[in-house]
Design a binder for this molecule. Structure first.
Ligand code: SAH
Length: 222
């Protein structure tokens, strides 16, 4: 399935595709080894998720501003978090921090059922409109506070937080399926990428994977 075929191919030109291929090769060179993640990122036109004024930079391995003082994550970070989730087709995944929708699109392309939550109203509306325009269909796109997770739709085989959390929100651990993984950057100034795997009802395995910089995970809606 190639969901983006629905769009006019002129909006994803050979030049875009060539730049994207170079970016994906670079990510592989930086250590991203999950071929499914690389293939998904090769399919998703990142420039659709960015301000048109920044289109020529869409395939730079950099974060860029989107609306409401937020950022679209580095491609490397998107790849790294997607890889750590170790999702398989049909899994149910919760994303906290929809932002531009780029990571949502990558996860959808991996064939998973995605629920995504954004606390910032302007971004939520903008990205929801974009999803319908490009025929992307997450299971749910929610305006809400990700600190609470999404109890009604739990359990999730994967949860990914795309903003820096000062500590791990307990509801997110509770909403993980046994065997499921929560990938969350933890810290204030900078964050340590952390993965919690639920190994039983009461036990979690915690692993850490280096330092990153995210916009902060904030409480309540705005
Ligand atoms: N993956 C996104 C990252 C966007 S930046 C992308 O690549 O575009 C992180 C996003 O998390 C921002 O949009 C911010 O508004 C959102 N966010 C921060 N705290 C949140 C919370 N408590 N609940 C939901 N979203 C939150």
């Amino acid at each position: 399935m190639f969901i983006f075929e629905l769009m006019n191919s002129s909006l994803d030109t050979a030049k875009h595709q060539g730049q994207r291929k170079l970016l994906i090769d670079r990510l592989a060179g930086m250590g991203i080894s999950d071929q499914k993640v690389l293939d998904a990122m090769l399919q998703v036109p990142r420039h659709w998720f960015m301000d048109p004024g920044l289109e020529s930079h869409a395939y730079d391995n950099k974060a860029f501003p989107i609306a409401a003082d937020q950022t679209i994550s580095h491609p490397y970070t998107v790849a790294f978090q997607s890889e750590l989730l170790e999702v398989k087709r049909g899994d149910q995944v919760l994303e906290i921090g929809t932002g531009s929708g780029y990571q949502t699109a990558v996860l959808l392309t991996l064939g998973i059922k995605i629920y995504t939550v954004e606390r910032q109203q302007e971004l939520f509306k903008k990205t929801k409109r974009l999803f319908s325009k490009i025929h992307l269909h997450p299971k749910k796109v929610i305006f809400g506070d990700g600190y609470l997770g999404l109890a009604d739709d739990a359990p999730f085989q994967g949860i990914v937080v795309t903003a820096g959390a000062p500590s791990v929100p307990k509801p997110l651990l509770q909403q993980l399926d046994v065997g499921g993984r929560l990938v969350i950057p933890i810290g204030t100034e900078e964050q340590i990428m952390t993965r919690f795997t639920r190994i039983s009802e009461k036990e979690f395995n915690k692993e850490t994977f280096g330092t990153f910089r995210f916009v902060p995970m904030l409480k309540d809606k705005n």
